[in-house]
Ligand binder design. Structure first.
Ligand code: 13P
Length: 257
């Protein structure tokens, strides 16, 4: 299976900068070797969807609302995003949990709508520094996954991506060790297996691999990416800073090979 690389452009690039970078990626990066998805800001998504229509570059969004239509001023519908060719939706990013006070309950509502509309959620989970110091990392992550998937009908699940992002290393330039991410991703895999089992779904290894993928995110760069991708339970990476300039992105992808 191809390794997955999702770029979260956050609120870092203007519409013009986003479109220019998308064009450079299509022209300059070999998309045969990796599954590459970009998550631009909402203003750029429409233009980018037109630009990448005939390429292998995939489109994601950084957030969505939990309803598909209605009187919800300022919100963005997952079905409108789908109409533009969006495949992935990032849910529960720590920056939204912290700055926008997104709760597990809100994330759970969004998860249901995203899956009902056959979009692929990228659920972000991870501990903050204090939780880590208090040995609560695993508990926090298990609870975030269980809450996000609470009462979700997973029987016909097509694809679910979970991204482990230790909050305290995001944007720090200092990632955690790959073996630690591997250990945490193993716990995530087990937790998802348990949730699926409780929904009456026991996936064989191969089926699990095809439907559920677990990423690592947090200060991924060209020096550490290959270490993460060598770990058996790390199916790909969620990248912030290293994915907003063509040169660093190009280096990142070259260093996978
Ligand atoms: P950085 O790669 O900049 O640490 O950001 C990670 C992230 O938050 C991706 O969602």
């Amino acid at each position: 299976m191809k390794k997955i690389l999702i770029l979260n452009w956050k609120m870092q690039l203007s519409v013009n900068d986003s479109c220019n970078l998308a064009k450079k990626i299509i022209d300059g990066i070999d998309l045969e070797e990796v599954e590459l998805g970009i998550c631009p800001d909402f203003l750029s998504i429409y233009k980018i969807s037109e630009l990448i229509k005939n390429s292998q570059l995939k489109l994601g969004s950084q957030n969505t609302f939990w309803a598909t239509k209605g009187a919800y001023t300022g919100e963005i519908s997952p079905t409108f995003l789908k109409e533009l060719g969006v495949e992935f939706i990032i849910l529960g990013h720590s920056e939204r949990r912290t700055n926008l006070k997104e709760t597990d309950e809100i994330i759970n509502k969004k998860m249901k709508t995203v899956l009902e509309n056959s979009l692929t959620p990228i659920l972000c989970v991870g501990e903050n520094f204090e939780e880590r110091q208090n040995n609560k990392k695993d508990l926090v992550i298990i609870n975030q996954i269980r809450s996000a998937l609470k009462d979700v009908d997973l029987k016909n699940i097509k694809r679910l991506i979970i991204a482990y992002e230790p909050i305290w290393v995001i944007g720090s330039g200092q990632a955690i060790e790959s073996n630690e991410a591997q250990e945490t991703n193993t716990i995530i895999k087990q937790t998802v297996s348990d949730v699926l089992y409780n929904c009456g779904l026991e996936l064989k290894e191969k089926e699990f691999e095809n439907k559920i993928q677990i990423l690592y995110g947090g200060s991924v760069d060209s020096n550490n990416i290959s270490k993460f991708l060598k770990e058996p339970n790390i199916d790909g990476v969620l990248v912030g800073g290293a994915g907003i300039k063509f040169e660093t992105l190009n280096n990142l992808i070259k260093s996978i090979k």
